[in-house]
Design a protein around this ligand. Structure first.
Ligand code: ADP
Ligand code: TRP
Length: 335
């Protein structure tokens, strides 16, 4: 229905120092979706979602800045897209309460993160299946529905793991509309990107902060070289042909090199490039792609006033949409 214009929106949880897996799997695909459209996309740092896991205030402050500066360093344009902190849009939290009152508890019982936490407790033989599970974790999907709907988001790019949460947001919006008035809220759709692929870490498992096997996005060139040198290889010697498709170094290389470079490197592997040269080549393409963003990132991190100002401007724009929407919601429920 024409009443709710299309609006692209996604949240980014500030849960770890950004690594090149986050760039390939989240930042690049997110920014390319926005580049394909002329209307403003809404991106926010989901700081209150991160509070379900991060309980160190200094770490929280640092991670929010790191994540925000990373997206800006790779080209998020705050004059086109709306970029803000979730916590700076208080309408979200009021809406979350309203949603709590129309969302069945059973729906939350079935949410996968909660179910996984209960299953882990049961496996440990814990007498209380809810041990260590906060209400924040339990009702996480309700807050996410509020994030999306408070600015009338209609298209929500997310990874596979977040699909269920967007479906819950659809259920909540449908229930709200059925109870309080047709079409007060849009029914959002998840956009699940084509498989961007999983970037392996320096030990060959999925690159993830929880495995400690990441190549950080930012840091000095020297640090980058050091971590590239630690990437796992085998004992084959220079001159021995190597299969690029099963080689960790090449799997990372191809995400940062041009298609010509990738094709040429494939031949070098087949011709038996030595590991040292292969690592130097990976370092070169990484450095070429990260050098400029690193400069912008460092500038932003050294100037928190500018960074916070960008996010505050974004929050004002988001609130300009959120306030009238919340007014309609209040009227619909009679408050
Ligand atoms: P981590 O696995 O380090 O904890 P997160 O779970 O915080 O990373 O992921 C944040 C975003 O980055 C998600 O959209 C996720 O899909 C993407 N991402 C994380 N690791 C990778 C990876 N190794 N390859 C591709 N995308 C990734
Ligand atoms: N839960 C998402 C994640 O862990 C982050 C998020 C919070 C989000 N609110 C959102 C994503 C709203 C899309 C829309 O990655």
């Amino acid at each position: 229905m024409a009443k709710h214009p299309p609006r692209l929106l996604t949240g980014i949880k500030p849960s770890g120092t950004p690594h090149i897996g986050n760039l390939v799997g989240a930042i690049r695909p997110g920014l390319s979706l926005s580049a394909q459209r002329t209307d403003a996309a809404y991106y926010f740092v989901a700081d209150y979602h991160a509070l379900t896991v991060i309980h160190d205030p200094k770490e929280m402050t640092r991670l929010v800045r790191e994540i925000a500066a990373s997206w800006l360093a790779f080209g998020l344009d705050p004059s086109k897209d709306v970029f803000y902190r979730q916590s700076a849009v208080p309408e979200t939290f009021e809406l979350a309460w309203v949603f709590s009152c129309v969302c069945g508890k059973g729906l939350m019982n079935r949410a996968h993160a909660y179910k996984a936490a209960v299953a882990a407790n049961e496996e440990k033989g814990d007498a209380d299946p809810d041990a260590g599970i906060s209400m924040g974790l339990f009702s996480y999907p309700i807050l996410m529905a509020a994030d999306i709907l408070v600015v009338a988001g209609t298209q929500v790019p997310v990874g596979q793991d977040q699909r269920q949460h967007v479906e819950i947001a659809r259920d909540i919006a449908t229930r709200f509309n059925a109870t309080f008035g047709k079409n007060v809220l849009p029914i959002p759709d998840a956009i699940i990107g084509e498989d961007t692929g999983v970037l392996p870490g320096i030990d060959g498992r999925k690159m993830s902060k929880s495995y400690g096997n990441v190549i950080p996005l930012f840091g000095t060139s020297k640090q980058l070289l050091k971590v590239v040198r630690r990437i796992k290889t085998d004992s084959s010697m220079p001159g021995e042909p190597k299969d690029p498709d099963t080689t960790l170094l090449f799997q990372i290389y191809r995400h940062f090199a041009s298609s010509e470079q990738t094709a040429a490197m494939r031949k070098e592997y087949e011709a038996g490039i030595g590991w040292k040269d292969a690592k130097d080549a990976l370092y070169d393409v990484l450095e070429a792609k990260l050098e400029e963003p690193r400069r912008r990132y460092d500038e932003l991190m050294q100037d928190p006033t500018t960074l916070d100002g960008i996010l505050a401007d974004g929050a004002e724009k988001a609130r300009a949409v959120a306030r009238p929407l919340l007014d309609r919601v209040r009227r619909a429920v009679g408050i």
